[in-house]
Design a binder for this molecule. Sequence first.
Ligand code: KG4
Length: 325
Amino acid sequence: MITLGIETSCDETSVAVVENGRKILSNIIDTQIPIHEKYGGVVPEIASRNHIEAISRVAKKALEEAKITYDQIDAITPTYGPGLVGALLVGLSYAKALSYAINKPLVGVNHIQGHIAANYITYQELTPPFICMMMSGGNTQIIHVKDYTTFELLGKTRDDAIGEAFDKVARVIGLGYPGGPKVDNLAKQGTPTINLPKTHFENLDFSFSGIKTAVINLHHKNPEINKPDLCASFQKTVTETLIENIQKAIKQTQIKTIVLAGGVSANSYIRKAFKELEKQNIKIYMPDLKLCTDNAAMIASAGYYNYKSGKTNELNLNAIPNLKI
Ligand code: KG4
């Protein structure tokens, strides 16, 4: 079965062709990062306009690279939320028009579900149930993935998403956008010697605004502060919070399979720290680096499982910017 994934929730225009939810035939990603870099973050209106300019070209390239024609597609699977509404509408409208034109089913995909599915492409043997540590620019959640299309939210951030915290810290100390990879790189030259605050809750929720503000204040008070040490300390402290909550989730659910997902799961320190948990008889999965950040292959994979479980949508499907898992 062939699914055509379409992803335009933020600043990547991506179209992919995936076979049986697991094998990538093509995964074209047209990134707008250089366009938004000069503003220090994604400008929603500019993102939508660039998606409009790119979407037909990217879709055509995805079909060409996969060497398939429209009639070989079984379902068209766009992201319909969460994300920037104007950006989402571009991919979703394109998908709806294509679905109508070639008479193939439309299957909406939750972007977060897509990030989880990146792991099904990376690990052919991976099957639910497992616990997902979802870490992206817009979301930080601990999700009990009960099966391919059934999820239970166990914990979430009460304020900033972890990626947002990385990006804001990077911006304030002058590293530019997107900040995550830049903090990751600079931290490699530093040592985590600076004490930063951690926020704990009784349940599995997170809060990253306190540590973000602490880093910003330290830098404002002392612009000469050692930036590599600051990045290393920030990274170490947020990772400790992630691991503490994951340990609680394991205790609560008795599930010892942990799957990382989302752009921040590309972070080298976080990957290493989670890998260490394998010493405690916990199985850790993390997406291939190029599937961590936004791409349509993960959306096509999630779309395959939605379609297989009988979920299709009418052409009146709307974009939902705050769609929940
Ligand atoms: O998943 P994603 O591409 O977009 C959303 O769906 O939100 O995640 C983007 C986020 C950005 O905040 C970016 O800074 C962060 O992922 N990121 C990283 C790394 N690579 C990307 N954060 C920390 N370390 C990295 N290596």
